[in-house]
Design a protein around this ligand. Sequence first.
Ligand code: NAD
Ligand code: DAU
Length: 350
Amino acid sequence: MKTLLITGGAGFIGSHVVRLFVNKYPGYRVVNLDKLTYAGNLANLKDVENLPHYSFVRGDIVDGDFVQKLFEEHRFEGVIHLAAESHVDRSISNPTEFVFTNVIGTVNLLNAARHIWKEHPEGKLFYHVSTDEVYGSLGEEGFFTEETRYDPHSPYSASKASSDHFVRAYHDTFGLPVVLSNCSNNYGAYQFPEKLLPLFIHNIRNNKPLPVYGKGENIRDWLWVEDHARAIDVIFHRGTPGETYNIGGHNEWKNIDLIRLMCRIMDRKLGRGEGTSEKLITYVKDRAGHDLRYAIDSSKLQRELGWTPSLQFEEGLEKTIDWYLNNEEWLAHVTSGDYLKYYEEQYVKR
Ligand code: NAD
Ligand code: DAU
């Protein structure tokens, strides 16, 4: 039985990765390590929490001694590392937290893996999950490839870029078997409602303003989260150690066009007159250092490992909106307490 560590498994993408792995690989023992920050929620994993080959450990990857002991206790053979501070706006108001978790936390995991795998690295793998934001911002043309030079602009992307460099450095210096992927914007169920899609679905539902940064002209490349989890599965099992794979949906949307589409779909679903929800659009001060355009070239992953996105965007968006409308209890639970304080600071006191 293979023992696998998934970090950040109570978060948005991590919970989809845990679900896929425990359902698809009953022969693996999956340990989910998560600190349960505001973004981590065990309710995301209710359907798998009692499976005998799954277990949850609450802990902080910034605590090096704790991480080392956990590796010694479980003798993990594979690591899929997703735990991170992930929201760009929070990285602008509190950059240091991002250095601790994203950089030091990653180095602690690398040290522990290096320590327990040093005699027998064969068959082991440290998979680092990263973002397209490390590549910076594109103009109107072109795509990010695996060769694109790193050019991060936000404290979030700078911390992820730094962690990527450490992962590659441990491969080149210590021979640690690693693989990396850099993915575009994910959407789907269980995303914390500070991010564009769930926040705007929630606000449209509740007739609250839709705070569009700048002119809404920034472009993002959207991928259904379950397709990201499928890509992680394929890369973990068939990717070449030392390599990087870009993951993306070839699905670029200007923010304002996407928001208008969401408004139209929700007017229909909520039985509102056409154009009702668009009136909620409110242009607010732009995000500092706001990258204009992200677009991923995922041809390496498609060519070498045969992965392709499974879902058309319009279908995925409908499914996603339905999920949030049908899971208001989940939303109410995660939007209480600390989140309300954050929301007020981010959008009201500007
Ligand atoms: P998320 O914020 O939803 O989840 C992060 C999880 O990490 C949470 O469960 C949180 O509790 C946990 N965590 C945070 N700090 C921790 C610590 N110190 N110790 C242990 N656990 C900790 O993030 P997400 O959107 O699911 O992103 C997951 C990963 O994927 C991140 O590494 C992110 O950079 C990357 N990524 C995200 C996207 C996206 O669109 N969301 C796209 C590409 C890559
Ligand atoms: O590209 C991958 C990245 O995608 C991940 O690495 C990050 O973890 C993830 O958070 C996401 O980053 P973005 O900054 O692109 O996502 P966000 O949902 O915060 O914003 C999407 C776009 O919408 C961006 O151009 C900013 C804009 N926006 C966002 C919010 C929250 C608004 O106009 N208003 C808002 O209130």
